[in-house]
Design a protein around this ligand. Structure first.
Ligand code: NAD
Ligand code: ZN
Length: 237
């Protein structure tokens, strides 16, 4: 399927990065067996929610900074470098697709990126390492020095509007490919989880690579159940 496809699109989730030491959310022992997500509304309204969110971010900082692309990331990068795939759509926020050599403009991040932060009011970019010292010294969640707005990691929280341009590109790609490969996603977070279904409805073959069943299994053309690295290691172009 990979060889005969003219236009491949990979759609990745947290399962792609567990081999890099970044826990996913829904596996046993994943992040959500340990903590509840912080809703966007709470971040905006509650000082304590902002502080908790930043504590969590700094707690996982080493995990994110030290992580390197996995066998799965490298296989997907090879499809793009071979000219067989225009871009990867990812729910991941860890920047590992970019680190694997895929150009920034070929990584479509539908849930943002946690390796930097943004002001919610003026969208000014802030670097995580500049925010850590003041947060640890004062215990106060960072504010934008330009406008006073709340600074948040550049990720999309539950309850936060989806990034329009990224979703538009992702939707267009799902509707214009002949092979759509889902890698390491539980396919339960919407609207992103609609993308494989849309690809299928528009005529693409859909492959799901995951170690657990997903709601997409019933409409996929091929299921590969197992470790992503072991599987995608065989599919480097
Ligand atoms: P998820 O945790 O809901 O699902 C991950 C899936 O991957 C699970 O079904 C699990 O069985 C499977 N999996 C995990 N490791 C695997 C491996 N090595 N081989 C095969 N299968 C494996 O993740 P999701 O669907 O991406 O949704 C969670 C949301 O959380 C995403 O939107 C994302 O924004 C965010 N998130 C991102 C990261 C990251 O960037 N690395 C980490 C955690 C959560
Ligand atoms: Zn600002």
């Amino acid at each position: 399927m990979l060889r005969s496809a003219g236009r491949i699109v990979a759609f990745t989730g947290a399962g792609l990065s567990t081999e890099a030491g970044i826990p996913d959310f829904r596996s046993p022992g994943g992040r959500w067996s340990r903590m509840k997500p912080i809703m966007f509304q709470d971040f905006v309204e509650q000082d304590e929610a902002r502080c908790e969110s930043w504590r969590r971010r700094f707690d996982m900082d080493a995990e994110i900074r030290l992580a390197v692309p996995t066998r799965g990331h490298r296989a997907i990068a090879s499809w793009i470098q071979a000219g067989k795939s225009p871009a990867v759509i990812t729910q991941n926020i860890d920047n590992l697709h970019q680190a694997s050599g895929i150009p920034d403009d070929a990584v479509i991040e539908v849930h943002g990126n946690t390796t930097y932060a943004m002001c919610l009011d003026c969208a000014r970019r802030h670097e995580i390492e500049d925010l850590r010292g003041p947060f640890q010294a004062t215990g106060e969640a960072p504010r934008c020095e330009a406008c006073g707005g709340f600074v948040k990691t550049a990720t999309i929280s539950f309850g936060q509007p989806m990034p329009e341009a990224a979703m538009a590109r992702a939707t267009a790609l799902a509707g214009n490919c002949d092979l759509f490969v889902v890698v390491g996603s539980s396919l339960v977070v919407y609207p992103a989880a609609d993308l494989p279904r849309m690809a299928r409805d528009q005529g693409a073959r859909v492959v799901i690579i995951n170690r657990e069943p997903t709601p997409g299994d019933r409409y996929a053309h091929l299921l590969l159940r197992g470790e992503i690295g072991d599987i995608l290691g065989h599919f480097v172009l």
